[in-house]
Design a protein around this ligand. Structure first.
Ligand code: TPP
Ligand code: MG
Length: 661
């Protein structure tokens, strides 16, 4: 395509908007967008398949700005190519309250932003998940409906983070040839030269991981074009090393970390305008530049229309559209499944109960793609209907993530954000720490991901304190928009699964036991886990105590209640599988389950094999809290429960003593 305005002028529009917006906000990162403006211009004008008039078109290419600090790059590109937002006013208000041009790109703010980025390395790893979802759906629906690429712009920081090793290893192994990463190889980070902290041969590392590696002069249009063309042609995932100058165009500051994260300043901006021959006022674009960029933005309209015709002609149109919209029958399987458990109760570990539920789920919901970080047999995440998803068979529905917890979490985010896939993945709960930043991004990005976290307490036994989560359940409860479930038995586990699948706007985490647990639910009825907490057994004598327990301690609470009742003390047992759901119940429901918050008539007692910090929320400061406030120990599970005093025999006397008995 011949350019109506010079290539450099198109790129300079990106540079000018970036430096002016950062200056106006007096905050932000001009260096990266100015350095990558040329490469991004080649990508957006010639390669990226997108249509600003239909930004959610299912077969669009996905673009992830992994170097999220350079957010002005994507805001400028979306504006220039003709997306409805951001408007120029939005850009003027970069980083101000109410502007969708937030400090870092946020997927829920603007169409065209596919992932929330900023924590370095995570965007790249998320893109790996998008590329997996693309290949999977391609295998299911064919080239006519699914045939797109995933593009990433990543910086030195994204490549230096440990998560990059996981993401690169996984992408190389799965031969995700439609994943192309443009590396902003500017040899600068915040502290100065990359050489201050790194001597790594990045390209050799990628090559060794099964990637295609190509280099270009990131300021030379033809060189960039040649590199991108070779990346597209290669069947392996590609790293395009774009040698660039950070802050390109700023005569006194370019090439230095001074341009990384501070406004250039009025004098340097004026000098940059001279160098770039950009005489326009801040936030003003000449008509020919606007027209040229918009013409490039309109370039994808024909491809989108052709795709829509193919979709309409396809027999799969209805299912594909519903699938991409995330419509699933989250609990169609539940009633029959729980009826079976009520007819013949199961004493199983909740990890096993999760597998049993998953057998029913995966047989009826085609959208799920499971996996585990090398703990398949322990997490019980693989089912009969889900064969491996491999480089030779992307139609499989089970990913062997390897020992890559953070990579798994980010990949699952990418699958969920891509759409058409509902991912779940397992590891030990204690290693939620290894992927915590990924879980946080699931929550922030409103991604439907189900975390299957087994071996959820000292109940895992002999592996000892390194493997025994103590603070994890409680700390995960702190995370906004994450439902943490700790189910007590097979029925609560199934109910939690149904809820996690139904929550299209956020992640869920199931904390599951290694050890067998008796089935405490014996009556049919509503999904009680949906309430977050409910009265499992009511006091028979005059109620003096409410025992509140979760997961593997619910049956312990029932044993405590037996002893209290035998002593003439009425005790309710409340099962509380999910705090956040309980807190969202109407006041009258909460008052019914946990009455008289301030009353000293009723003693409230929490029992959970984890930190007691936080349980004051429901016990009040005068209540009793049974848990573990140090690390665990290495021994068989039963010995540990006794050692830490979490048995009915040990708890009941303490409750009686507190009541003056
Ligand atoms: C996980 C994480 N750690 C630290 C930061 C803070 N941070 C933002 S940008 C940056 C330096 C990144 O260097 P590079 O990717 O080379 O970006 P450039 O300076 O070239 O724009 C750092 C440390 C972050 N955003 N995320
Ligand atoms: Mg850099």
């Amino acid at each position: 395509m011949s350019l109506p305005v010079p290539f450099k002028t198109l790129a300079n529009a990106v540079r000018a908007l970036s430096m002016d917006a950062v200056q106006a906000a007096n905050s932000g990162h001009p260096g990266m967008p100015m350095g990558m403006a040329d490469a991004a211009t080649v990508l957006f004008t010639r390669h990226l398949k997108f249509d600003p008039a239909a930004p959610k078109w299912a077969d669009r290419d996905r673009f992830v700005l992994s170097a999220g600090h350079g957010s002005m790059l994507i805001y400028a590109l979306l504006h220039l190519t003709g997306y409805a937002r951001p408007t120029m006013d939005d850009i003027r208000n970069f980083r101000q309250l109410g502007s969708p041009c937030a400090g870092h790109p946020e997927n829920f703010e603007l169409a065209g932003i596919e992932a929330t980025t900023g924590p370095l390395g995570s965007g790249f790893a998320t893109a790996v998940g998008m590329a997996i979802a693309e290949r999977h759906l391609n295998a299911v629906y064919g080239d006519d409906l699914v045939d797109h690429r995933t593009w990433v712009i990543a910086g030195d920081g994204c490549l230096m983070e440990g998560i990059n090793h996981e993401a690169v290893g996984l992408a190389g192994h799965l031969r995700l040839g439609r994943l192309i990463v443009l590396w902003d190889d500017n040899r600068i980070t915040i502290d100065g030269a990359v050489s201050l902290s790194s001597s790594e041969d990045v390209k050799a590392r990628y090559a060794a991981s099964g990637w295609h590696v190509v280099s270009c002069d990131g300021h030379d249009e033809a060189s960039i074009e040649e590199a991108l063309a070779s990346a597209k042609a290669d069947p392996r995932p590609s790293l395009v090393a774009c040698r660039t100058i950070i802050g390109y165009g700023a005569p006194n500051k370019q090439g230095t970390s001074a341009t990384h994260g501070s406004p250039l300043g009025q004098d340097e901006i004026a000098a940059t305008r001279q160098v770039l021959e950009w005489s326009h006022h801040p936030f003003e674009l000449p008509d020919d530049v606007v027209a040229a960029w918009q013409a490039f933005g309109a370039r994808g309209g024909d491809a989108r229309a052709a795709w829509e015709r193919r979709l309409a002609a396809s027999g799969a149109a209805a299912t594909f559209t519903a699938r991409m919209a995330g419509e699933i029958d989250a609990d169609g399987w539940l009633a029959d499944y729980t009826a079976g458990l009520l007819a013949s109760p199961a004493k199983v570990a909740t990890r096993k109960a999760s597998e049993m539920a998953l057998e029913a789920i995966n047989a009826t919901i085609a959208d799920t793609v499971g996996g585990s970080a090398d703990l398949t047999g322990s997490n019980n995440t693989k089912t009969k209907t889900t064969g491996p998803l491999t480089a030779d068979d992307y139609a499989g529905r089970y990913v062997y993530y390897g020992i890559r917890e953070f990579g798994m979490a980010c990949a699952m985010n990418g699958m969920a954000l891509h759409g058409g896939v509902v991912p779940y993945g397992g590891t030990f709960l204690v290693f939620s720490d290894y992927c915590r930043a990924g879980i946080r991004l699931s929550a922030l990005q409103q991604a439907r991901v189900v975390y299957v976290m087994t071996h959820d307490s000292i109940g895992l036994g002999e592996d000892g304190p390194t493997h025994q989560p103590i603070e994890h359940v409680m700390s995960l409860r702190l995370m906004p928009n994450l439902d943490v479930f700790r189910p007590a038995d097979a029925i609560e586990t199934a109910e939690a699964w149904a809820l996690g699948l139904a929550d299209a706007d956020g992640p869920s985490l199931l904390a599951l036991s290694r050890q067998n647990l008796p089935q405490v639910r014996t009556e049919a009825g509503e999904n009680l886990t949906a309430r977050g907490a409910y009265r499992l057994r009511a006091a028979t004598g005059p109620r003096r105590v409410i025992l509140i327990a979760t997961g593997s301690e619910v049956h312990v609470a029932l044993g405590v209640a037996d002893r209290l009742e035998a002593a003439g003390i009425g005790a309710d047992v409340v099962s509380m599988p999910c705090w956040s759901r309980f807190d969202a119940q109407p006041q009258d429901y909460r008052d019914d389950v946990l009455p008289d918050a301030a009353s000293q008539e009723i003693l409230r007692v929490s029992i959970e094999a984890g930190t007691t910090i936080g349980w004051e929320r429901y016990t009040g400061s005068r209540g009793l809290r049974f848990g573990i406030d140090g690390f665990g120990a290495s021994a068989p599970a039963e010995a540990l429960y006794d050692h830490f005093g979490l048995t009915a025999e040990k708890i009941a006397p303490k409750v009686l003593a507190a009541l003056g008995h």
